[in-house]
Design a protein around this ligand. Structure first.
Ligand SMILES: *Cc1c(COP(=O)(O)O)cnc(C)c1O
Length: 238
C-alpha cells in the first residue's frame, strides 16, 4: 500500500468516526483533497484511489495543473480555496468549478462579470473571518446588518450561486484549545441566521476544517472539509 493510500484510508476512517460521534451520515461530508504545491502526478494518484474533489489556492499554479489533469481524468470538481485577487478572476472563473473564498461584494461582482462573459454559472461560498483575526481574509460577521447587506448584494448577481459559508479557524495553540471549535460553531450559527434572513437560498454548505481541526469542524456541522497535509504529506514552502 502506498503512503497516499494509507493516508486516505486513515482520513476516511477518522471522518467516519467523527461523523458517528456527531450522529451524522458521513456521506454528507465532502472531502476536498488540497493539492496545492503537489504536482499533477499526485493528483492523478489520488484520483485513481477515488478522490474526485481537489482544492487549489493559487490561480497560476492551478492553471498549470488543471488542464493536463482534466485531460486524463474525468469528473473532478475543482475548488478554489485561496484568496482570489481581482486580476486573477479572468483566469480563475473558467478553471474552477466553485470558489470558496468570496470575501467582498466587489470580488463577487468581478466573478459575476466574467461568469456572464463565458456563460458559466458559478457556485460560491462566502468566506467569513469568524474570529476577527487581523491577518485573515473574509467578511466580518459583525455588525450583522453590514454582513447581511453584502449578502443581499451578492444574491442579486445572476451567475453566482451562494451555497454557504467558509472559514479558516484560529490555529490551536495546544490540543485542548477551544478556539477552533468555537469558530466552527460560530460559523454554523451565522449560517443558521442567514437561512432565516434569506430563506430563498438553501445555505447547505459549511466549508470548514483542515488537517489539524477537521474533527471539531465535523462535530459542528462541516459539510466540506479541506485536507492537504494529512493526505499528501508535508508541503515544502513555495
Ligand atoms: C492549505 C489549505 C488547506 C489545507 O491545509 P492542511 O493543513 O494541509 O490540511 C485548507 N484550506 C485552505 C484555505 C488552505 O489554504
Amino acid at each position: 500500500m502506498t503512503d497516499l493510500e494509507k493516508n486516505l484510508q486513515a482520513i476516511q476512517e477518522r471522518v467516519a468516526n467523527a461523523a458517528a460521534r456527531a450522529h451524522r451520515d458521513p456521506r454528507t461530508i465532502t472531502l476536498v483533497a488540497v493539492s496545492k504545491t503537489f504536482p499533477a502526478e499526485a493528483i492523478l494518484a489520488a484520483y485513481a484511489l477515488g478522490v474526485r474533489h481537489f482544492g487549489e489556492n493559487r490561480v497560476e499554479e492551478a492553471g498549470e495543473k488543471i488542464p493536463p489533469v482534466n485531460a486524463q481524468a474525468q469528473g473532478i470538481t475543482w475548488h478554489l480555496i485561496g484568496h482570489l485577487q481581482s486580476r486573477k478572476v479572468r483566469d480563475a472563473v473558467p478553471l474552477f468549478d466553485c470558489v470558496h473564498s468570496v470575501d467582498s461584494v466587489e470580488l463577487a461582482q468581478r466573478i459575476e462579470k466574467r461568469a456572464a462573459q463565458i456563460g458559466k454559472p458559478m457556485p460560491i461560498l462566502l468566506e467569513v473571518n469568524i474570529a476577527g483575526e487581523a491577518a485573515k481574509a473574509g467578511f466580518a460577521p459583525e455588525p450583522r446588518e453590514n454582513f447581511f447587506a453584502a449578502v443581499r448584494a451578492i444574491l442579486a448577481l445572476p451567475h453566482l450561486d451562494a451555497q454557504g459559508l467558509m472559514t479558516i479557524a484560529p490555529i490551536a495553540a495546544h490540543p485542548a484549545d477551544p478556539r477552533p471549535r468555537a469558530a466552527f460553531r460560530a460559523l454554523r450559527e451565522l449560517r443558521d441566521a442567514l437561512s432565516v434572513r434569506f430563506p430563498e437560498r438553501a445555505w447547505a454548505h459549511l466549508s470548514m476544517g483542515m488537517t489539524d481541526d477537521f474533527e471539531a469542524a465535523i462535530a459542528e456541522g462541516a459539510t466540506i472539509i479541506r485536507i492537504g497535509r494529512a493526505i499528501f504529506g508535508a508541503r515544502t514552502p513555495l
